[in-house]
Design a protein around this ligand. Structure first.
Ligand SMILES: [Zn+2]
Ligand SMILES: [Zn+2]
Ligand SMILES: [Zn+2]
Ligand SMILES: [Zn+2]
Length: 503
């Protein structure tokens, strides 16, 4: 057992892990998986926005950084333009100093993106999204249309208030769902339509307050009813009271040899949460299509043989990178695109052989990179992700704060505190919130009441429904077999006993 140099808890590095670290050519980690995860997540502010001006075109914009953050911020139009070049901020590596302070100095000077979005149309307050159309407050979305207040929803249409949901339409308050339609308040359901307040259904339609059903129609409280009875119940608006469901130790579909939760079409992936199509990987959170990767968050488009990445697309043979896309052989880079063989660089587009934003020849690059890595091994920096605070975000603004509570740092998010008569007050946090017209139309269309909670409290509640992202050693409530599960209490069942019970 190893002792985490951050939290002092012990953690295991298995034989298999050792092989991977050798293949990545990095020292074994000195921090435990949880502390490493927290450190990566503290690089990402995805939902705290500020109004300010673009430091390039001076237009009014929405940004992750307030005007007084001391960070140079460009709007996407300016940032992706040729009005500036990242090479203007290039510097020599100073071998008398550590790497991370030099990187952080550069981070403050190189213009950063106001919001990390790619190809989004007619969408406001969207963040870490690609190909969104007419969305509002969509976070970590992909190719969504007309979606509001989503978190990590992909290929969805006309959806409001959903988290970790894929390929769904006209859904409201669904969490960890795939291929659902016209449904509300579903957890861990797939291929369902017209279902409401249900848990763990597959291939069902027209169900209310049901759990653990397969290919059923017209059910209330897990009992089949006539169409008329069903329609009467729907009309009464009596939703969101559920039966006590039978809970599986871990929710996995078409997957083998995985632990964690919400795993689809994956194999050999221990300790993973919310992953689809992943293989031979470990410690992935919210990741799609990864192969041979360790320690990834919010990374999609086939990441391959990569280590410690967050907010990336299509990174191959890369390590310790943030918010970079379509690159290979990158280390310690931030916001680089379509580049390869860069080290400690920021904002590089179509670059190669770059160190601290300075260009080198191929052979100079490899000599200098090796020398820096040796230096970083001596300083204990090599193999560590960017330290917390590198991005300049306050901890409470980052995703880390949603999963790892830091004592003494319990801040409220940035809110407008001026009271306006016309706005509702959140029943939980007592702050006023807006219901936008696009949202009102959705509630009318689905005949839903307007929410009593603000978007932030709604988001927090959905995180609670998605459950813990920790694993516990427990036993099946029926056969007593040992299980690894994210559920710390309540009865849980192994696959065999679960299938006996529900079929
Ligand atoms: Zn630790
Ligand atoms: Zn601008
Ligand atoms: Zn609230
Ligand atoms: Zn069992």
């Amino acid at each position: 057992m190893n002792k985490c140099q951050n939290c002092q808890n012990s953690f295991e590095i298995t034989k298999q892990d050792k092989k991977y670290y050798q293949s990545f050519k990095v020292p074994e980690p000195t921090w435990c998986p949880n502390c490493r995860n927290q450190r990566r997540l503290s690089m990402r502010n995805e939902r705290t926005f500020y109004e300010r001006t673009c430091d390039c075109c001076q237009k009014k914009i929405i940004a992750y950084y307030p005007a007084d953050a001391g960070q140079v911020v460009y709007c996407p139009e300016c940032w992706y333009s040729d009005k500036w070049t990242p090479f203007d901020y290039g510097r020599n590596f100073d071998f008398s100093r550590e790497f991370f302070p030099q990187f952080k100095e550069m981070y403050k000077r190189v213009p950063t993106l106001s919001l990390d979005i790619v190809n989004c149309e007619n969408s406001n307050y969207v963040s870490y999204c690609g190909d969104d159309k007419s969305c509002y407050f969509d976070i970590a979305g992909e190719a969504n249309e007309n979606c509001l207040y989503g978190k990590f929803i992909k290929f969805c249409k006309d959806c409001v208030d959903n988290s970790f949901t894929y390929n769904s339409e006209l859904c409201y308050e669904c969490v960890n769902c795939h291929n659902c339609y016209g449904s509300t308040w579903l957890d861990r359901c797939s291929d369902c339509d017209h279902c409401h307040s249900c848990f763990d259904l597959k291939g069902c339609s027209h169900c209310i307050n049901c759990s653990n059903l397969r290919n059923k129609k017209y059910c209330i409280n897990n009992k089949e009813v006539s169409k008329d009875e069903f329609n009467k119940k729907i009309g009464s608006g009596c939703h969101h009271i559920r039966l006590k469901p039978i809970v599986k130790s871990s929710y996995q579909t078409n997957s083998e040899n995985c632990t964690g939760n919400d795993i689809t079409n994956s194999k050999n992936c221990p300790d993973c949460f919310d992953v689809v199509n992943c293989e031979n990987s470990k410690w992935l959170w919210d990741v799609l299509d990864a192969k041979d990767c360790y320690d990834l968050n919010f990374s999609l488009y086939k990441p391959e043989h990569s280590l410690e990445l967050i907010s990336t697309l299509n990174m191959v043979e890369s390590k310790f990178c943030n918010a970079s896309h379509y690159c290979h052989h990158m280390e310690y880079c931030d916001k680089c695109n379509n580049s390869h063989d860069c080290f400690g660089s920021i904002g590089i587009m179509k670059g190669e052989y770059v160190i601290l934003n300075k260009k080198y020849s191929e052979s100079e690059y490899s000599t200098l990179k090796d020398k820096i890595i040796k230096h970083m091994i001596r300083t204990g920096e090599y193999g560590q992700f960017f330290p917390q605070g590198t991005s300049g975000f306050k901890y409470h603004e980052t995703v880390a704060s949603e999963y790892y509570f830091e004592s003494g740092h319990h801040h409220a998010r940035h809110h407008d505190t001026r009271l306006q008569d016309s706005l509702p007050v959140c029943q939980d946090c007592k702050r006023q919130f807006k219901i936008i017209s696009q949202e009102k139309e959705f509630y009318n269309r689905l005949d839903l009441p307007e929410p009593k909670l603000c978007p932030e409290c709604r988001h927090k509640n959905r995180n609670l429904r998605a459950g813990e992202r920790n694993l516990y050693d427990r036993k099946c409530a029926d056969c007593g077999i040992k299980l690894i599960t994210p559920y710390p209490k309540g009865q849980i069942y192994c696959d065999g006993c679960y299938n006996k019970k529900i079929y």
